[in-house]
Design a protein around this ligand. Structure first.
Ligand code: FRU
Length: 493
């Protein structure tokens, strides 16, 4: 693992020539994704500014250009017409103001009239490295580049710690107000959300209060990337609590969970209907952000009212991945359509992804490097091992235990092992017997959707040249489609 000095991590990008050679080198990696958004160089982490505006989907990711390291963060901007094919649009937000001198940190976007407005955290640090987080805004210009306001919208509160960031902006029609949900930490180091309100998106912001979430007054040390979204009439609160271990999640102290309930803007209380659940049960899933959309006429959810699409960072803070040696890492998840059913969030891969399927191939035990598998489960226990050697040994081993209704995924059999200290096996619990799986494999990630999206499992996977096979128990039904490329991966700054 390379050691980085602060100067190296926080170098300011002067122009394309600073990273063109790095880009060319990174392009040669065997692990470049074909249908997932990934960094042009360096590190990508949280999805930011995800919104639909004038028929175009805008999405940015936290980007450190220099390598697989959390240093000076930019927003890198990508766009799409269908959430499947993505073009690189260049730098969205650069840390080029005094108020964001050490990073344009995470945030969201909202369409307001003809404008698309981005809200983000200006991570200011002084010479003694003391941090002041500002909540800032930028408006998308005619040329497709965001223009920052001259001054931040507001600064931090001194009755909370320096951890106040990741504005998620929402419009509440009943109140005729905009609200910002800000991830925060109390002075005694408990995670929470601060709420701000304004009648206008670019001025007049005032502190409304700390969000009350009964039962979650002492749950983790910082809530990163809070997100509130209405799905089919229910409110869903999503956040990434840190500095805490949760049952069944190995040694990890970073999580991404959700609560279904109702949001009362009069009392600033989010009342959960039931217990929290993990958004995803895999090794690498964090900082998820959703964008609300109107139901498409051909959607399964048409008629259910408001819908939402969710995208997350395939990765976790503090983790290290094999492509670190190639000076890049990270990727964004596939877009998932959200629905609420039986106290759970159903997450299904966007239907338009089926358009990436190439001609179906007969299941012969080989695994294309980018593919989708549709799996029909047999009765009872079964095994499905992905990325095995030709003789069926090793790989990412999935075992379904029908008595417990749990899928156990163990990555200890892979040639490339990493983050072993967090544990190498995790369980995907189900409410009903396992009937089907959809598995999306790209060159460095695997996403598993169980029982039509009842529970999901996402992880980075880095198969070697001999891990191109799979092995399944008798009775497992399998269909295999190689997937077409849908990210352009061009050098645009
Ligand atoms: C989450 C996070 C955010 C922050 C950003 C910085 O991964 O720590 O809280 O804004 O990353 O890159």
């Amino acid at each position: 693992m390379r050691e980085w000095t602060r100067e190296e991590r926080y170098r300011v990008l002067q122009g394309p020539e600073d990273i063109r050679a790095l880009y060319k080198r990174v392009q040669k990696s065997a692990y470049r994704q074909r249908y997932h958004v990934q960094p042009i160089t360096g590190l990508s982490s949280d999805p930011n500014g995800f919104a639909l505006h004038k028929g175009v989907w805008h999405l940015c990711y936290q980007w450190c250009p220099w390598g697989a390291v959390h240093g000076l963060k930019y927003w890198y901007h990508v766009t799409s017409k269908d959430l499947v094919h993505w073009q690189n649009a260049g730098i969205g937000l650069a840390p080029d103001r005094d108020y964001d001198n050490r990073g344009a940190h995470s945030g969201s976007a909202i369409a307001h009239g003809d404008d698309l407005i981005f809200f983000y955290t200006g991570n200011h640090r002084d010479e003694d490295w003391v941090r002041t987080p500002y909540t800032c805004a930028a408006v998308l210009g005619e040329d497709g580049r965001p223009r920052k306001l001259d001054a931040p919208l507001f600064g931090p509160r001194d009755d909370h710690s320096e951890h106040q960031r990741d504005p998620k902006v929402v419009w509440n029609a009943d109140k005729q107000k905009y609200y910002i949900f800000l991830g925060a930490q109390t002075l005694d180091k408990r995670g929470c959300v601060l709420v701000y309100e304004s009648e206008r998106p670019l001025s007049g912001w005032r502190f409304a209060g700390e969000l009350k979430v009964p039962g979650y007054e002492a749950f983790g040390g910082m809530w990163e990337c809070p997100c509130i979204v209405n799905v089919g009439g229910r409110d869903v609160l999503i956040f990434s609590p840190q500095y805490t271990r949760l049952p069944g999640r190995g040694e990890s102290t970073n999580h991404n969970i959700y609560l279904i309930g109702s949001m009362d803007y009069d009392t600033l209380t989010f009342t959960p209907d039931g217990p929290y659940r993990h958004l995803d049960y895999g090794f690498d899933f964090y900082a998820a952000q959703s964008a609300a959309i109107q139901p498409a006429a051909d959607s399964d959810a048409a008629g259910d009212g408001a819908r939402a699409i969710l995208i997350a960072w395939i990765g976790l803070p503090d983790n290290h991945y094999p492509t670190e040696a190639e000076d890049w890492e990270g990727s964004l998840s596939l877009p998932r359509e959200l629905r609420v059913q039986g106290g759970r969030l159903l997450q299904t891969p966007l239907r338009a992804l089926e358009g990436l399927r190439e001609a179906e191939i007969a299941p012969d035990g080989t695994l294309p490097a980018s593919c989708e598998l549709e799996v029909t489960a047999p009765e009872g226990d079964f095994d499905l091992n992905l990325f095995t050697h030709a003789d069926g040994s090793g790989g990412l081993q999935l075992h379904y235990d029908a008595t417990r209704q749990v899928c156990r995924v163990d990555r200890a059999g892979m040639d490339r092992r990493f983050n072993q200290q967090l544990g190498e096996a995790l369980e995907l619990p189900l409410d009903a017997p396992l009937k089907n799986l959809r598995v999306f494999i790209d060159r460095s990630s695997t996403e598993i959707f169980a029982n039509d999206g009842e529970a999901t499992f996402t992880a980075h996977t880095y198969p070697t040249e001999r891990e191109l096979h799979y092995a399944a128990s008798a009775g497992v039904g399998l269909r295999v489609w190689p997937m077409a490329r849908s990210v352009t991966d061009e050098f645009v700054l």
